[in-house]
Design a protein around this ligand. Structure first.
Ligand code: GLN
Length: 188
């Protein structure tokens, strides 16, 4: 399994470290040359979604990656990565990939209380979730499946080949989120 991790900004190194621990072949996506070959999955890390969106556009990565997602490439978006996938942002900002039928609220927990850790169910397993100036999901489309809720707010969703979490699975030791992503990869 070859998995590309968007590496223009944000917490990409942490995702790559987890993938390597799981014995997977992970590589950084920094420009269009990096996505010329075949790969089996894509990770969009946490970071600053507005910066990543601009860089994706400027580097010519936005359209080819969007086409791959639309063609069924399994994708995992965490935190800012979830915002990149969302079709709608509740502030009215324009979407980035806009491939996932969800509406997200950015910095939804406020600036001061924006970072916290909790334990919640994720797709039937209790896991530790680390949130950092995270978004949450305010609306999901009919074919999007809610996988996790914290404090009454949706924090993880799957829609076909797309998996999105408002928290940072790359910053805890629990690999439950990656295991689900790998199941999605195995099915394609
Ligand atoms: N607040 C960031 C944004 O809106 C996301 C934070 C994160 O990825 N840790 O892009």
């Amino acid at each position: 399994m070859r998995i590309g991790v968007l590496a223009v900004q944000g917490a990409f190194a942490e995702h790559i470290a987890v993938l390597k621990r799981l014995g997977l072949d992970a590589f950084e996506i920094r420009n269009t040359r990096d996505i010329a070959g075949d790969f089996d999955g894509l990770i969009l890390p946490g970071g600053e979604s507005t910066v990543m969106k601009k860089l994706l556009h400027d580097l010519g990565l936005l359209a080819p990656l969007k086409a791959k997602i639309e063609n069924g490439l399994p994708v995992l978006g965490t935190c800012a990565g979830m915002i990149l996938l969302a079709k709608h942002i509740d502030s009215g900002e324009s979407p980035c990939f806009g491939t996932m039928d969800i509406t997200v609220k950015r910095n939804a927990y406020g600036r001061q209380l924006g970072s916290f850790v909790c334990r919640e169910q994720f797709a039937g397993h209790e896991i530790t979730m680390r949130f950092i100036r995270a978004p949450y999901v305010t609306k999901v489309g009919h074919d999007a499946e809610v996988l996790a809720v914290h404090d009454g707010k949706i924090v993880a969703v799957r829609q076909k080949n797309q998996l999105a979490a408002a928290f940072h699975p790359e910053l805890t030791d629990d690999t439950t989120v990656y295991n689900l992503f790998l199941e999605m990869l195995a099915k394609t």
